[in-house]
Design a protein around this ligand. Sequence first.
Ligand code: NAD
Length: 433
Amino acid sequence: MNVCVVGGLGYVGLVTSAGLAELGHTVAAVDVDRDRLVRVEAGELPFHEPGLSELLARHLPAGRLRFTGHIADGLRDARIILIAVATPARPDGETDLAQVIAAAEGLAAELARPAIIAIKSTVPLGTHHVVRRVLDQHGRVEGRDYHLAAVPEFLREGHAVHDFLHPTRVVIGAADPAVRAEVRELFRGLDAPVLETSFEQALLIKYASNAFLAMRVSFANELAGLCDATGVDVFGVIEGMGYDARIGHSYLAPGIGFGGPCLEKDLRSLIRIAEGAGYEPGLLRAVLEKNEHQVRQVARRALEGLGGDLYARTVGVLGLAFKPGTSDVRNSLAVRIVDWLQRRGAAVRAHDPLANGEARQVLQGVTVCDDPYEAAQGSHLLMVLNACEEFRRLDLARLRSIVAEPRIVDGVNVLDPEAARRAGFAYHGVGRR
Ligand SMILES: NC(=O)c1ccc[n+]([C@@H]2O[C@H](COP(=O)([O-])OP(=O)(O)OC[C@H]3O[C@@H](n4cnc5c(N)ncnc54)[C@H](O)[C@@H]3O)[C@@H](O)[C@H]2O)c1
């Protein structure tokens, strides 16, 4: 099929474009980010994602995938158009639809032939009315010039290519069965259940899934707080719970909370959706509140460790991305903690195996180091804020020999408490003994 992906150089857009090419489709990825366009055309990826460069190397020369900055060019021959632009949260939690509206305006102006417009971005209920209104205002007629569908995305950064090619499910929301059937063809060849739903159900499946994951994280953090208070090690408790098939082990790791570009924003958005519909989402609010509390708790540990005063103290921070395996620092809680430390007068030295480059663009006054030992050098406190595999293998004796004072706040429970104490550190994890 001929496909156009609007927002084709974003995390979701680029992986989707490359993934659809891998499935045999012909894909035009359209993006307004000139800088990214230049970089990708020079063979450079705009972000770290395993397996992505191999897909590009295969499908760009074969002509199955191309990039363009012009929507009219991207739309040539396209039968299915995927909108994968960003939908950030405003400070009050409301979803900012400006990019979706701009994308719809571009389509309205340039649609050359009848097409299915499928929204891949995570958008609130009612967004199809907004998109329809934009198109209608430009004289486009639904059913004649275009059809609307929702195809929410569930990929995880760091595993995005794998997740695209081996999805847990494909959800296609549209009113018209013929439209759903055509969109289904896009994903033919994938071994996954395909759910055909209403437009609104598809959107809610996405929000509910992310809210549920967020709830598991907040539950694990609640349990860790309870374990801290009662002197029980949380690891054994969670391990024991997880063997119950109804519970499982995933997404039950206590830490600094959930950050990143999706979970928090989508939870806030779902809360707004519920409020707008006149429903009081008490549980969802509690999940969010616990998350805010958790990051403050971990930051407070740092303050306590240094006797209540961070001024002119050096803090070594290990981990800056919002989670392991990605270079993405958008809404990273580690970055939020670094900012908090700096505002209290601490000097921060930091390292992340993948995110140093992106972190340098958002952090000011932080010494970003090429390796974890350089970041730890001369520190009065070490904070681990990302559960990278690399940090599990740290040489604790070497670390002990280079820090100014031996204290560790392990915000993600990546180190072995006993080994850290044996090496001479005062160690604090999250719910660990
Ligand atoms: N990042 C994830 O892990 C993830 C996972 C699932 C769903 N989502 C959802 O997918 C959507 C995209 O997220 P993302 O992380 O890929 O965002 P992103 O910011 O990485 O990508 C958005 C891209 O859209 C481009 N763009 C903006 N306006 C445009 C326009 N009018 N025409 C063409 N291109 C335009 C931007 O330049 C950018 O490259 C969001 O709704 C997000 O919630 C993200």
